[in-house]
Design a protein around this ligand. Structure first.
Ligand code: URA
Length: 422
């Protein structure tokens, strides 16, 4: 095979054969196909799409580029959750220990954030002492006891995807359904989970801005999972406004701990419970009272053990940013819109996220949200508190929030807020 022929075929909207796909993914992983050639192919896929057969072959070629894990030796079923990425999405933190309470092991291999969406590992690294990198043996030991682990995916898992994702990120070829579906599912199938629940985000803060494309992405991923023998299902959930009341690493950990203590914002609790119930259902555990494990301390006990086993101190004070600044309502009325993408960008600019892979993140940076869409506000009332260690960052964060906060007079507000629920 020749890379130029493969690129030309996809450029001309032809269907690639499984053999062509196997070859190009393997050759790219080995450095035989160059980054610029893979960039051109990714753009051709972005523009012309792929058939279901091509997506399946592409996914399996990415799985075959590295090692696969096997949890079949565990004495209990496994279930994992994957979110397609959102703003304020700290659900993995309370969810993994919550599911483990019911005897289903959770191998939650996670990533770091890039761009405006946060990464689970960045959040947990806000906890003093906590480390993300575990050996496969350490990971297996945690799946036995306490029954859940959140850690970095080892370099050996789907290395083709690691290379390709970094390339897509800098060539504007991320938001293509065949590429997102194969990227996520290659990692999850290689990870060896028995069941998988996908939380596919819809709205301004998500890759998929509209319901129809989110549904297509969900169906594509569910089909890939089921065909590979993983019990897979998907929930479509709203990402037009941030989840919960915090965005940013330590701020989100604080909120996750509130949920584990039986409190926390209703939207975070409800989504955590819905995803836990779906993971347990797929793993064959029905009719359990999931909410009770949040209020009676069982999920918190698992959480504390998980954090301690990875070197963290679950009772330590979390880092706080040195400076804060408030964004207030400019008029009386109802908050109609608090745009997820804008809040994510602002949090990123405050230092919670990174622009390049190697950049450090500020543990304390981010945004506290005081008012959610649908709620009344008075002129001058704080809507957001911005947190950062570097006050020079406030101006750029405020720029990203321009137009993102919409307050309208009360009467109209009520109707439109109801209509905006997905
Ligand atoms: N997350 C991934 O792992 N891959 C994508 O392509 C998009 C989101």
């Amino acid at each position: 095979f020749d890379a130029v022929d493969v690129i030309r075929a996809k450029r001309d909207d032809q269907v690639l054969s499984p053999a062509q796909i196997d070859w190009v993914i393997d050759a790219y992983t080995r450095g035989v196909v160059a980054d610029e050639q893979m960039s051109a192919l990714a753009m051709a896929v972005y523009l012309n799409g792929m058939t279901d057969e091509e997506i399946s072959a592409w996914t399996h070629a990415m799985i075959a580029s590295g090692e696969t894990m096997d949890f079949s030796g565990l004495d209990r079923p496994t279930a994992d959750k994957h979110s397609t990425g959102g703003v304020g999405d700290k659900i993995t933190l309370p969810l993994a220990p919550l599911v483990a309470v019911f005897g289903v092991a959770v191998p939650q291999l996670s990533g770091r954030g890039l761009g405006h969406t946060g990464g689970t590992l960045d959040k947990l690294e806000a906890i003093p002492g906590w480390r993300a990198d575990l050996s496969n043996d350490e990971m297996l030991a945690m799946l036995r006891d306490p029954g859940a682990v959140i850690c970095a995916a080892g370099a050996g898992l789907a290395p083709a995807d690691k290379k390709l994702y970094a390339l897509r990120d800098i060539t504007s070829t991320v938001e293509a359904i065949p590429l997102i579906a194969s990227s996520i599912m290659s990692k999850k199938i290689a990870e060896g989970t028995g069941s998988l629940v996908l939380d596919v985000k819809v709205g301004s803060g998500a890759f998929m801005k509209d319901h129809a494309s989110a549904k297509r992405l969900a169906e594509t991923m569910v089909t890939l999972g089921r065909n590979a023998g993983v019990r897979t299902s998907a929930l479509l959930t709203d990402m037009s406004t941030p989840l919960g009341m915090t965005v940013g690493n330590a701020l989100e950990v604080r909120e996750a701990v509130e949920v584990l203590a039986g409190g926390g914002p209703a939207d975070v609790v409800d989504l955590t419970v819905a995803l836990a119930e779906e993971m347990l259902r797929l793993a064959g555990t029905n009719d359990v009272d999931v909410r009770a494990a949040l209020t009676d301390g069982r999920a918190m006990d698992v959480w504390k053990t998980m954090i301690e086993r990875q070197g963290g101190d679950p009772d330590a004070d979390l880092p706080r940013a040195q400076e804060t600044s408030e964004v207030v309502a400019e008029s009386d009325g109802v908050l109609m819109e608090l745009d997820a993408l804008a809040v994510g960008m602002a949090s990123w600019r405050l230092g919670a996220g990174r622009a390049k892979k190697e950049d450090p993140v500020q543990a304390g940076a981010g945004i506290e949200i005081h008012v959610k869409p649908g709620e009344a506000v008075r002129k001058g009332q704080p809507i957001l508190t911005l947190h950062t260690d570097e006050p020079a960052r406030f101006a750029r964060a405020e720029e990203s929030l321009a137009g993102a906060i919409v307050v309208e007079p009360a009467a109209e507000g009520a109707d439109a807020a109801a209509a905006s629920i997905v």
